[in-house]
Design a protein around this ligand. Structure first.
Ligand code: 13P
Length: 251
């Protein structure tokens, strides 16, 4: 049985003090989530990682990106050993905003996935099609390329450290969420692709939906057989709203 996972991606939001204040209140959130067997986590900006981890060492805390090299001349980047120094063991890779605004490719994601999973880090690997691709009926073609190129060459043991997040670009921050049927269809398709490439381990891999997930729709998504949780932007920023997301899963 795959444990449900609810992860907040804070993107470029919250000052260090705001992140710390959330983390102080996250003890209650985590206790509540544990009580209904839901795993939770947050991905603050790099600058707030230390503060959040310090306030709540029990909370899953993810970086929103990292480089695949350990050190070197890569201005503006941070590395896996640097994250480990802060006791951070989750990283989000390949978010559509990184792909769109910062030119992140499947090949770059693949290098990061190799580096992270061979260093005992857990990864949320994001895939998703643009509105144009969706309208042209190319969703599965795009997803197959992102999944297969991103995960290429990983061993089954490495793959076990990966969570996939299906986030249609047209549903992110737009309030226009995908239907639960679309979410189930594409998350199920991701599982099929993993089965084809890696075998039976596909049943263990968690696949999340992301894109305008709110307390009002989270239950519908998480009731789908192949949707093992959600990656949430806007609705994860406030403690009350995060609490409501957890509460509505159990409803
Ligand atoms: P929203 O929940 O704000 O649409 O963001 C989704 C997302 O991109 C999470 O990574």
């Amino acid at each position: 049985m795959r444990r449900k996972l609810l992860f907040g991606n804070w993107k470029m939001n919250k000052s260090i003090e705001e992140a710390r204040a959330f983390a102080k209140e996250s003890h209650e959130l985590k206790k509540f989530a544990d009580s209904i067997n839901v795993e939770i986590g947050v991905a603050p900006t790099y600058l707030s990682l230390a503060a959040v981890k310090e306030e709540n060492p029990e909370l899953n805390v993810a970086a929103q990106n990292c480089h695949f090299e350990d050190h070197g001349a890569f201005t503006g980047e941070i590395s896996i050993p640097m994250l480990k120094e802060l006791h951070i063991d989750w990283v989000i890779i390949g978010h559509s905003e990184r792909r769109t605004y910062f030119g992140e490719t499947n090949e770059a994601c693949n290098k990061k996935l190799h580096a992270l999973t061979s260093n005992d880090m857990k990864v949320i690997y994001c895939v998703g099609e643009t509105l144009d691709e969706f309208e042209k009926g190319l969703t599965k073609k795009v997803i197959a390329k992102q999944v297969e190129e991103g995960l290429k060459g990983l061993s089954v043991e490495q793959l076990k450290k990966v969570v996939i997040a299906y986030e249609p670009v047209w549903a992110i921050g737009t309030g226009k969420s995908a239907s639960k049927e679309i979410a189930e269809d594409i998350c199920g398709y991701c599982r099929e692709l993993i089965k084809k490439n890696f075998g039976a381990v596909s049943e263990e891999i968690r696949i999340l939906y992301g894109g305008s997930v709110k307390p009002e729709n989270v239950h519908d998504y998480l009731m789908q057989a192949n949707v093992d949780g959600a990656l949430v932007g806007g609705a994860s920023l406030k403690v009350d709203s995060f609490h409501q997301l957890i509460a509505n899963i159990a409803k």
